[in-house]
Design a protein around this ligand. Structure first.
Ligand SMILES: [Zn+2]
Length: 408
């Protein structure tokens, strides 16, 4: 008997033995005899019916997996007119019919929100992935604070999640508070429309990429709110145009230069002041090899100047921003660069929404960041192919990320 051992969480118990093995710890415990009320007739008894040894998985102690061998007592109602024979004593360690302690289950619940995937959490907690997954399914929805009503400004973007048999999901975020609000199972117009119809009665501003189907869903469900094109997405059309030109032009280069030019592709898109001297050299060299490529590069730079200026001018100078954009269009039209001419067609189609991005200074950069943060969830994602789990995992992760919950 080592009654002098004191373990946090076991104050109520008598520790009868503790054994350390190479990879685990066994702790034998029992409770002191105490009067209990019969669950049927509610009269007191302290008469012992029998004992059963129960093996309970607990959180790690001394960095080892820990099992509690709980000598569980059953009491007996002494009243001859009561039908109740044996009933188990009250205990703070383990719930009825469970093989894991209350504390272990809590720890696993928190781990699973922040761990990479079920298999990883299972390995660290010394249990099976299926057990972790079941735990997640059991606690997930009660921990999640579901968004019932969307705020007045939302951001919508597609999200490559590969869940529930759909490559893309739709993510709904709050671009002001930078919070993830919901994830929809696909990127179909009708799915988004139905969701907004249900939850979006307060929404009057929507930041989004330039997707016709999102735009139609938003207009139809919300009756034409202010739509704001996301900056990252409209700038991308210009960079794509420059990429197309580079790829077309470098095909004519000799083998060495074609490969080198491809390898130096980031130099074409960076701000000139951010280039390394090596990038600067190769950029100048390849621009000197092709008038067409040089012209495309200059158009990209002209666009960048417009964009930087528009950001600096802001909401009070929308007229100037628009005039300068028209000047950029003229420059593109008078150039012979067809790739840019195609790109500005898209910008023209979304011009009102693009100008809105300077009127309201809103963007969904938050979602772009999210796409990178959650890539880790998708990899080795045992159990996350199911959309409901995938959604739950991402929403819980973001809801609880400010809370440090690493326990095991
Ligand atoms: Zn009784």
């Amino acid at each position: 008997m080592n009654n002098n051992i004191h373990l946090p969480g076991f104050e109520a118990f008598v520790i009868t033995n503790s054994l350390q093995f190479e990879d685990c710890v066994h702790i034998h415990v029992e409770l002191k005899i105490q009067p209990h009320r019969c669950p049927v007739c509610h009269r007191w008894t302290n008469k012992v019916h029998d004992y059963r040894k129960q093996k309970v998985k607990h959180t790690k102690m001394f960095t080892r997996h820990t099992y509690i061998f709980y000598r569980k007592r059953r009491y007996k109602c002494e009243h001859s007119d009561c039908p109740k024979k044996g009933f188990p004593e009250d205990n703070p360690l383990v719930e009825r019919y469970q093989r894991q302690s209350v504390e272990f289950k809590q720890a696993m619940g928190l781990e699973v929100i922040h761990g990479k995937n079920f298999a990883d959490v299972a390995a660290r907690m010394g249990t099976s992935p299926t057990t972790v997954m079941r735990r997640f399914d059991a606690i997930g929805s009660s921990m999640l604070n579901e968004t019932k009503e969307l705020p007045s400004t939302i951001a919508i973007d597609e999200y490559k999640g590969d869940a529930g048999g759909e490559k893309y999901q739709t993510i709904i975020a709050d671009p002001v508070d930078r919070r993830t609000l919901d994830i929809l199972p696909d990127r179909k117009k009708d799915t988004l429309k139905a969701y907004l119809h249900h939850h979006g009665q307060k929404v009057n501003k929507v930041v989004m990429d330039m997707s016709q189907s999102f735009k139609a869903a938003v207009d139809q469900a919300l009756g034409g709110p202010i739509v704001i094109a996301d900056r990252f997405h409209f700038c991308r059309y210009i960079h794509w145009a420059l990429e197309r030109v580079r790829i077309k032009v470098q095909k004519e280069f000799i083998d060495y230069d074609r490969k080198k030019c491809k390898r130096m592709k980031h130099a074409f898109h960076k701000k000139p002041e951010d280039l390394t001297s090596k990038q600067r050299w190769y950029l100048d060299y390849y621009l000197s090899q092709s008038d067409y490529l040089r012209e495309a590069y200059q158009l990209k730079e002209a666009y960048r100047h417009w964009f930087e200026e528009a950001k600096a001018l802001g909401a009070d100078h929308l007229k100037v921003i628009k005039d300068r954009l028209y000047e950029f269009y003229d420059l593109v039209r008078s150039s012979g660069v067809v790739e840019f001419q195609k790109a500005i067609e898209t910008l023209q189609n979304w011009q009102k929404e693009i100008i809105n991005s300077f009127a309201f200074d809103l963007n969904n950069g938050y979602i772009e960041g999210l796409n990178n943060q959650t890539k880790v969830i998708k990899r080795n994602a045992f159990g996350f192919q199911r959309f409901d789990r995938f959604r739950m995992r991402i929403l819980l992760h973001h809801q609880y990320k400010r809370i440090n919950t690493r326990v095991a």
